[in-house]
Design a binder for this molecule. Structure first.
Ligand SMILES: [Zn+2]
Length: 467
């Protein structure tokens, strides 16, 4: 027989270590490894490159500042150039899922270059009742924003497809709503993703800082103290223990939060931890301007080092970018840190940053890199072993990286919606040079060559962490 594709001579990272074999691909799946070269329609020369399981970005906001019919195109384009083969969307809808989810799904299904999955945010009791409906639609993880409520309850929801206006809302994610979401998710066998910042404390912190006329990223950080993260972590970890629910903390970036999580794990809560590239690279001590405003804030150099330590020691499970596809005119709409919009793009730079700062500086091994960027996410979110590994019968989602490739970051490198990037001008060594999704080359040498609409909603399993 003739296979579809063979990738020759690359270093292949498998769960048990690196092998030097050719990868055989047929009908979008990995079908075997060889040392010879059987007949194939396509041959990809992998000499000098490392083949890793396609990275999964666990945390992406797109469809908020441009509608999903546009955002899926631009942001999955950026993902493909950045070597990401599956992007997990943080969907925020203000109205019932039964009203507005289907249109989002239909539009998304035609507009992605790479595969995708969805986390649904919960803002109302009615949405809790519709969690089962979400599962029927393939959404098996739920996000709760403990930072939103009271004086800091303003949020932009995702826009309806083909719309051109932003959707502003005011929400109250009370402890009661958090508890009921955890309870329902536990019964359904789904993990709950948590933005852990206590909104009442943050509201007070911001009010005080404004009264004192403080400004800048340091003021932003002190107005939302790591203590407020620890408080929210305590609250939801208790609910997690009470109902036996898997808790996944998104964007953990402070030493205090990491410490609190270790304590809650010891008490018996089943917890997974995500960090973002910006907590590994940026601190308010070294970053000026407002571009790097984000929730939770970037912290001190000591925090940054603590996050690297936690990653090296496997206290962190996944890397999500918290990518926000926004633009400067909205980002810097005003003259102080308080009026700037939180969040910035990062889906394109995640892999090169981890290669440059992590692998090439020997802070993490290639095997760890694979666990943090794909394997753990696939296991936590029910996509393993279809995604997250290069074993036989898995999807042929393969990113080929060149550890010696040097390139300077610019905002237009990725073709996303955003017109800026916090890493502008940073020279990085180690880049993805081929992004393959289910056997098709989607991006090669910083150019997208794949078909729009190739990206599919990933099938997911539930009840993975039984009692
Ligand atoms: Zn986020």
């Amino acid at each position: 027989m003739t296979y579809d594709t063979i990738i020759t001579d690359s270093h292949v990272i498998l769960p048990n270590g690196m092998i030097e074999k050719n990868i055989l691909i047929d009908e979008g799946k990995i079908v075997g490894f060889t040392t010879d070269t059987p007949a194939c329609d396509h041959k990809i020369n992998g000499a000098g490159l490392v083949s890793i399981p396609g990275p999964i970005d666990t945390h992406v906001h797109y469809g908020v500042y441009s509608p999903i019919n546009e955002a899926a195109k631009t942001e999955s384009h950026a993902a493909a150039i950045g070597g990401i083969t599956t992007m997990m969307r943080m969907l925020r809808l203000g109205d019932p899922f039964t009203n507005s989810l289907q249109a989002q799904l239909d539009t998304a299904s035609k507009n992605h270059y790479v595969d995708y999955a969805i986390h649904a945010s919960i803002f109302t009791p009615q949405q809790i009742n519709e969690m089962n409906y979400c599962i029927e639609k393939g959404i098996t993880s739920f996000k709760i924003y403990m930072n939103l409520g009271g004086e800091v309850g303003h949020v932009y929801m995702d826009m309806p497809p083909n719309s051109s206006s932003l959707v502003e809302a005011q929400v109250n994610v009370t402890d009661e709503l958090v508890e009921q979401t955890v309870k329902a998710a536990a019964e359904l066998g789904c993990p709950v993703l948590v933005h852990a910042e206590d909104y009442e404390s943050c509201g007070c912190g911001i009010k005080t800082a404004k009264e004192k006329n403080q400004d800048g990223l340091s003021a932003w950080s002190s107005s939302r103290s790591p203590e407020f993260e620890a408080k929210a972590i305590k609250t939801i970890s208790k609910f997690g223990r009470d109902y036996d629910c898997v808790i996944y903390f998104v964007h953990i970036g402070s030493e205090r939060a990491l410490k609190q999580i270790e304590e809650e794990k010891k008490l018996g809560t089943k917890i997974f931890v995500e960090t973002c590239p910006h907590y590994l690279t940026l601190s308010y001590e070294k970053q000026s301007g407002y571009l790097a405003k984000v929730m939770p804030p970037i912290r001190t150099e000591d925090d940054r080092k603590a996050v690297w330590n936690a990653l090296s020691n496997n206290q962190i499970d996944t890397i999500g970018t918290d990518h926000v596809a926004n633009q400067l005119k909205l980002k810097l709409d005003g003259e102080n840190v308080w009026s700037a919009l939180a969040g910035f793009p990062g889906i394109g730079t995640a892999i090169p940053i981890l290669l440059n700062d992590g692998i090439n500086q020997k802070k993490i091994s290639l095997e760890q890199f694979v666990r943090f960027t794909s394997q753990n996410a696939a296991q936590i979110f029910g996509m393993y072993p279809q995604k997250g590994t290069l074993e036989k019968d898995s999807d042929a989602d393969i990113t080929m990286i060149d550890l010696k490739k040097e390139k300077t970051v610019t905002s237009d490198l990725f073709g996303g919606f955003s017109d800026y990037i916090v890493y502008e001008g940073r020279n990085l060594t180690g880049w993805p040079v081929k992004t393959i999704v289910r056997g098709e080359i989607i991006a090669e040498n910083f150019e997208v060559i794949g078909k729009l609409g190739h990206g599919k909603l990933v099938d997911r399993k539930i009840n993975l962490f039984s009692k």
